[in-house]
Design a protein around this ligand. Structure first.
Ligand SMILES: Cc1cc2nc3c(=O)[nH]c(=O)nc-3n(C[C@H](O)[C@H](O)[C@H](O)COP(=O)(O)OP(=O)(O)OC[C@H]3O[C@@H](n4cnc5c(N)ncnc54)[C@H](O)[C@@H]3O)c2cc1C
Length: 411
């Protein structure tokens, strides 16, 4: 859980991402009695927000419960690079699933970013959403040959992108790397404004919001129930779990891990110091570095991921060392900017071994659905999950849902 507490460590502010202060959020009241609704969404981060908005738009009577502050989980810590490229390359997923299935998942991911951008436009949300290309850099064992192979697979799958060699990267981008793939179709946003804007849209559509903690889940034949810490109960036609990296006991997966990531923001830079097209930059390695710019012209650079580290105080203790490491990596990656950290923050998030989310009905718990394990594509997969779960609640099924099933086998 991200904690918005901040501390000063010399010139470095620890704990607060550079996102804009909250806009209007729906009113979260404590429930005073037992409740019934069509769909209960547990958790009001970006996943719960997108679920609530979409299910409301489909005509369901939706309740959302949140035990802390809406949007202040992993969502606030997010650097909100809305990538359609998945943490695992198409080549990796092709080995795991075969080309057709892997290409299908990549295409759904591409459509999810486009769908999210269209939603922001349709709802008129002010969340600093901008279309950006992504620059996927060679790193570690993944060099120019591997990126050419990846691009060939992507092209076969009908996905966009071009190859950049070392000379082009140095000349046009000021970046010293062996090669990169440059792809259109990504975007950036302010994650807090995005989540709160989507929650607000759901409220306007008729969703209702409660400050409450779910402590027990029950399947009741064709309905499901949730017991709250207050002792009240909510019965619903379906329950959707969107509690971020915190998996309740009923959801087990041998693919899921919890990781933590750190990010720093520099002071605002003059436009001439920012890289071309203000692309979203990330690396072709497992614990990759990622970077973007903000509407104020700051550079955000993140990474230095570690397994576990769910506790904020453990992460805070590492902050100065993580800030120094990230700034050194920024200076090595791109020398035209002022490489100085003004603020550092961290957050925990769920990941999976194969880089794909865990979306679907919880095995053994009919009418309880879950959306977890998002990794670096968190927000793209949150959008995908909202569309899939809505169809699953309606009883619709497509073969590829098995590729993201909660009980799929480990690679
Ligand atoms: C440093 C960092 C950088 C990241 N960068 C990116 C990025 O660039 N792009 C990207 O797409 N993704 C990124 N991610 C991942 C992304 O932030 C997450 O995948 C996403 O925010 C998850 O949203 P969520 O709504 O599922 O979870 P959360 O935002 O954590 O929301 C879950 C909510 O559920 C509530 N909750 C939990 N249990 C209960 C309960 N029992 N009862 C009631 N409420 C409960 C919590 O209080 C919380 O508010 C990053 C993550 C981190 C930490």
């Amino acid at each position: 859980m991200f904690d918005p507490e901040t501390t000063e460590q010399g010139d470095l502010r620890e704990g607060r991402p550079p996102w804009r202060k909250a806009g209007a959020t729906p009113d979260f009241r404590s429930p005073a009695r037992n409740l019934r609704c069509d769909v209960l969404v547990v958790g009001a981060g970006i996943s719960g927000a997108l679920m609530a908005d979409h299910l409301t738009a489909r005509g369901h009577q939706v309740c959302v419960i949140e035990r802390e502050q809406a949007g202040f989980g992993s969502t606030l810590a997010s650097t909100a690079m809305l990538l359609w490229e998945i943490d695992r390359r198409l080549g990796f997923l092709t080995e795991r699933f075969g080309f057709e299935r892997a290409a299908n998942i990549y295409s759904h991911s591409l459509r999810s970013v486009a769908g999210l951008a269209a939603l922001v436009r349709d709802r008129g949300l002010d969340c600093a959403l901008r279309a950006r290309p992504s620059l996927y850099l060679a790193a570690g064992d993944i060099g120019a040959a591997e990126l050419r192979h990846e691009l060939a697979l992507r092209q076969r799958a009908g996905l966009p992108g071009v190859f950049l060699d070392h000379a082009a990267l140095r000349r046009d981008w000021g970046i010293e790397r062996e090669a990169a793939l440059l792809s259109p179709g990504a975007a950036e946003a302010d994650p807090l404004l995005l989540a709160q804007g989507v929650l607000h849209a759901a409220a306007q559509g008729g969703a209702t919001f409660f400050k409450a903690e779910a402590v027990r889940y029950e399947s009741l034949g064709r309905r499901a129930g949730v017991v709250l810490a207050s002792g009240h109960e909510i019965e619903a036609g379906a329950v959707v779990l969107a509690t971020g990296y915190v998996l309740p006991d009923i959801v087990t997966s041998n693919l899921h891990n919890t990781g933590a990531s750190w990010a720093v923001a520099t002071p605002p830079q003059p436009p001439s110091s920012l890289w071309r097209d203000r692309a979203l930059i990330w690396e072709a390695s497992e614990n990759y570095l990622y970077a973007r710019t903000t509407s104020e012209g700051r550079i955000i650079i993140g990474g230095e991921d570690e397994d576990g580290m769910g506790k904020r105080e453990d992460r805070a203790a590492c902050a100065p060392a993580k800030a120094a490491a990230l700034i050194a990596k920024l200076a090595a990656l791109y020398s035209r900017a002022e490489a100085r950290a003004e603020t550092i923050w961290s957050g925990a998030f769920g990941t999976t071994q194969d880089g794909l989310p865990l979306i679907g009905e919880v095995p053994g718990h009919p009418r309880i659905f879950a959306a977890y394990g998002y990794g670096g594509n968190g927000i793209t997969f949150s959008y995908m999950a909202s569309r899939l779960v809505a169809r699953m609640i309606a009883g619709e099924r497509e073969a590829w849902y098995d590729d993201v099933a909660i009980d799929r086998a480990a690679p």
